[in-house]
Write a protein that binds this ligand. Structure first.
Ligand code: FAD
Ligand code: NA7
Length: 457
């Protein structure tokens, strides 16, 4: 019998987790493993963690995937994403602070990956153009554009794993008068360098992670004033002078924004921090996940198996507290389904299981504490079913709760806080000076700082 064939779409943390899950099975001596091909649009692995200066289109004319910007530091404690089988101590050989910059975190994530071993499965610069499923042959046909050869390629697969991320295609609302705004209007996806807004008055629309972090970046790098305009609720932190929150913009007149509380102010630039669309232009209607950014997207059994066609797997589609370790758990579970080691229940049973989670999701009161526990329980459910190494999910959840309290206390200083690893117990070191004063975020510069040891009583 021929081995199964699996297409993994995307080589970011989710796609890499899927490849690693199969590699782990191979190293454990598992036989008859499927053939894997991973198609990746970019020229490298790492997904969103690859910083790119480009915006708009990449060198091949494909939409740029990256939404990360210069000076981005981890927005949660590194102790909440530490891998049980590859600790920060093992990677860096010494304690480091709890909130590292992007390049440092990327170094850690990639450090665990045997690039040579995984790269052999990956076809770089191959954006997926179209996926189809044939009911008779029970096979998917995947068509990609191979920019290296200049040719389109088509192949057939038993399973398709969609791991293309969902923080890349801007949700870009319109406000009356924007077409006459004389300054720059951009989405957070295209934001790259806060110095662009030095000495400028900038308006951010949206009140979630992007608005919060980009406002902090712009403040750090010298914006004259920042207004965060919210639709539902203000973010609510005690912002330093120079950052304020106002209700939603109603319209623009020239460079002046008018807000629903009757106030107005003139701006140099407008940034939409209005989130992202789930965008799968390579999927037909019957295979396409239609959802929004939430903690339990509909139509996905165990958060990964597409209900309408269970040979289609989606990874990393949840909104995030936990990130990398959750993606690993999803990939391990997906692997075991594809290998037949976890038996897939029939459609009705899957629906019943999803309903239990959906009901619980609906009943959440919106508080972060409940959300974190919900996501932690989801992960425990996956963990119980696979041979993924145990790790202290509950303890990491408690750290997330502490993180939120720390942000509440000091939104500009929370990145100076330190936590103990839930795996090695190593206490993170302190930054030698306030986060606001550390402007170089490169790996070399960060690692050459004189971190301060924290003594624990
Ligand atoms: P991605 O990392 O987005 O990877 C998807 C991959 O699919 C990419 O390589 C892309 O090129 C590829 N792809 C897309 N379309 C196609 C196609 N048609 N064909 C082939 N390949 C395709 N997480 C944290 O843990 N900590 C943080 O501090 C943090 N900060 C963030 C800040 C920002 C601004 C953003 C946007 C996200 C942040 N995240 C953070 C979340 C981050 O998205 C996840 O950590 C992680 O990157 C998700 O991995 P993924 O593989 O699911 O998606
Ligand atoms: P999110 O977390 O999806 O939040 C989107 C925000 O945009 C949220 O505050 C929305 O308001 C707001 N929004 C959406 N549409 C509109 C319109 N039309 N008008 C006004 N405000 C709007 O996206 P983020 O980019 O902040 O974060 C995504 C990831 O990127 C995150 O995981 C980080 O790791 C980085 P609402 O509250 O719904 O009223």
């Amino acid at each position: 019998m021929l081995n199964k064939k699996i297409a993994i779409l995307g080589a970011g943390p989710s796609g890499l987790a899927q490849i690693r899950a199969f590699e782990a099975a191979r190293l454990a001596g598992k036989k008859n493993l499927p053939e894997i091909i991973c198609y990746e649009k970019q020229a490298d692995l790492g997904g969103m963690w690859n910083y790119t200066w480009r915006t708009g289109l990449d060198k091949n004319g494909e939409p740029v995937h990256g939404s990360m910007y210069r000076y981005l530091w981890s927005n949660g404690p590194k102790e909440c994403l530490e891998f049980a089988d590859y600790t920060f101590d093992e990677h860096f050989g010494r304690a480091i602070p709890s909130y590292p910059p992007r390049a440092v975190l990327k170094d850690y994530i990639m450090g665990r990956i045997d690039e040579e071993a995984v790269s052999k499965y990956i076809r770089f610069e191959c954006p997926v153009r179209w996926v189809e499923y044939d009911k008779e042959s029970e096979l998917f046909t995947v068509t990609v554009m191979n920019h290296k050869t200049g040719q389109q390629e088509t192949d057939t697969f038993d399973y398709v794993v969609v791991a293309t991320g969902h923080f890349s295609t801007p949700n870009m609302p319109y406000f009356k008068g924007l077409e006459n705004f004389p300054g720059r209007v951009l989405h957070a996806h295209d934001f790259r360098d806060a110095l662009e807004f030095k000495d400028k008055d900038v308006l951010m629309i949206g009140s979630s992670y992007s608005a919060e972090d980009i406002a902090s970046q712009c403040y750090k790098y010298g914006a004259k004033s920042i207004t965060i305009s919210y639709r539902s609720q203000p973010i609510g932190y005690e912002w330093p002078e120079g950052i304020e929150e106002r209700p939603l913009v109603t319209h623009f007149e020239g460079n002046t924004a008018h807000f629903s509380d009757g106030t107005s102010k003139a701006y140099d630039g407008v940034m939409m921090c209005t989130g992202y669309l789930f965008h799968f232009p390579f999927l037909p209607d019957d295979l396409r996940l239609q959802t929004h950014n939430c903690l339990y997207p509909e139509h996905l059994y165990k958060g990964i198996v597409f209900q309408q066609n269970p040979k289609l797997i989606y990874l990393g589609m949840h909104d995030q507290y936990f990130t990398f370790n959750k993606l690993d758990l999803q990939a391990w579970y997906a692997r075991d389904i594809m290998l037949g080691d976890i038996e897939l229940p029939n459609a009705e049973e899957r629906l019943a299981d999803m309903k239990v989670w959906q009901d619980r999701h609906q009943a959440l009161d919106g508080s972060d504490d409940q959300n974190i526990e919900f996501q932690g329980d989801y992960m425990l459910d996956l963990l119980a079913a696979t041979d993924y190494p145990e790790f202290p999910i509950k303890k990491q959840g408690e750290l997330f709760k502490q993180w939120l309290r720390d942000k509440d206390e000091d939104i500009m200083g929370f990145r100076e806080r330190t936590y103990a690893s839930t795996i090695t117990n190593t206490m993170a070191t302190e930054l030698p000076k306030p986060w606001l004063e550390i402007k170089d975020d490169s790996l070399e510069s960060f690692m050459s700082l004189d971190f301060v040891e924290v003594t624990v009583d």
